[in-house]
Ligand binder design. Structure first.
Ligand code: ZN
Length: 300
C-alpha cells in the first residue's frame, strides 16, 4: 500500500490542496478529489503515476466543502463509487443548497475559484456513518465522526494513518504554523474539543490533512492545533463581547496571526498561500457567528 499526495495547484498556488492517491492491492483509491477547477490538474497528476480516470473506482471525501469534494459528482458520473458522510450525501446528489451557502461566502467568485459542481448520480453515492468500515480497493478505511469544523465530517483511518480533512487544521508542508479553518455556519467549539480527544486517543502514526501533506509529529501537532483553536476562538469571543465591527475585527485577527506566523519563521508569501486556501475573513465569520449565537441563546 502506498499513499501519495497529489498537488492540485489550487488557484495556481503549489501544495495547498491535496487529493490523496492510495494505491491498494486492487488499484487506486482517492481520498478527497478537490474542486472542479483543479480537475485537469488531478487528472494530470494521476497520469504521472500511470492512472487514467477510469482506473479510479472509489473516491472517499472527508466532507462536502468544495475544496474537498467539489468535483465528486464528476467522478460519480464517470462510474466511480463515491463515499460521503450521510449528512453530506444528499447535497452531492442535489448540490443546490451547498452552492447557495458557498455563494454567500464567495459571491460571483464562486465559479472562477471552484469550477463546476455537478450533481452526482445517486446510485453511485454511498452514505457513510461514523464507525463504518469501508472495504474498498482491497483496503479497509474506518470512518470516524469528527464534527467541529463541520457537522458532516469524517476522518478516515487506514492502519496507522488518518486522513483528517480539516479536522486537524491547515498546515502547509515543512511549516510549523497551523491555521484554523472555520467556515460559517458550521464552527462548533465543544464538538471540536471532543474530536481532538478522539484523534489524540487513537495514537496515529501519521496524519494527512487535505491542506497539505503528511504530518509526522502527530501528538505535538494535535496539541498545538487544539490550543490554537482555543486561542483563536477566545480572541474572537472577546471582540464579540466588546461589540466589535466585522472589518476591523478581521484586520486585528489577520494581524495577530501574521505576528504568530512571523515568530514561527513563516514568510509573507507562505502566509498568503495559507490565506489562498483558507481566507482568514472566513474563519472570523465562522467563529464570530458561533459566539454571536451563543450570546443570543444565553439571553433567552
Ligand atoms: Zn472544510
Amino acid at each position: 500500500m502506498e499513499i501519495i499526495p497529489l498537488d492540485l495547484r489550487f488557484r495556481g498556488v503549489e501544495k495547498t490542496i491535496a487529493s490523496y492517491l492510495v494505491i491498494g492491492p486492487q488499484g487506486p483509491v482517492l481520498v478527497e478529489c478537490g474542486p472542479g477547477s483543479t480537475l485537469p490538474n488531478l487528472i494530470e497528476e494521476l497520469a504521472k503515476r500511470g492512472f487514467k480516470p477510469d482506473d479510479v473506482r472509489h473516491v472517499l471525501v472527508t466532507h462536502i466543502h468544495l475544496d474537498h469534494a467539489g468535483c465528486l459528482g464528476w467522478w460519480a458520473n464517470k462510474g466511480a463509487r463515491v463515499y460521503v458522510h450521510e449528512v453530506g450525501a444528499p447535497h452531492i446528489v442535489q448540490p443546490e443548497n451547498l452552492l447557495k451557502s458557498a455563494r454567500r461566502i464567495y459571491g460571483d467568485q464562486l465559479e472562477p475559484i471552484f469550477g463546476d459542481v455537478l450533481p452526482a448520480r445517486a446510485s453511485q453515492v454511498q452514505a457513510v456513518r461514523g464507525g463504518d468500515v469501508l472495504e474498498v480497493g482491497g483496503l479497509r478505511f474506518e470512518a470516524i465522526d469528527t464534527p467541529g469544523h463541520a457537522k458532516h465530517h469524517h476522518v478516515f483511518c487506514l492502519d496507522g494513518a488518518a486522513f483528517t480533512g480539516d479536522a486537524a487544521g491547515v498546515r502547509l508542508p515543512g511549516i510549523p504554523y497551523i491555521d484554523v479553518p472555520a467556515v460559517p455556519p458550521e464552527f462548533d467549539l465543544p464538538a471540536w474539543r471532543k474530536t481532538f480527544d478522539i484523534l489524540k486517543s487513537r495514537d496515529f502514526e501519521v496524519l494527512y490533512p487535505t491542506h497539505f501533506g503528511p504530518v509526522h509529529d502527530v501528538s505535538e501537532h494535535l496539541e498545538a492545533f487544539a490550543e490554537h483553536v482555543e486561542n483563536a476562538s477566545s480572541f474572537i469571543h472577546k471582540e464579540v463581547e466588546m461589540g466589535s465591527e466585522r472589518d476591523p475585527l478581521i484586520d486585528r485577527y489577520v494581524q495577530w496571526n501574521r505576528e504568530r506566523s512571523e515568530t514561527l519563521g513563516v514568510t509573507p508569501a507562505v502566509f498568503d498561500a495559507y490565506q489562498s486556501v483558507n481566507p482568514m475573513s472566513m474563519s472570523v465569520d465562522g467563529i464570530r457567528r458561533y459566539w454571536t449565537k451563543q450570546r443570543e441563546q444565553a439571553k433567552k
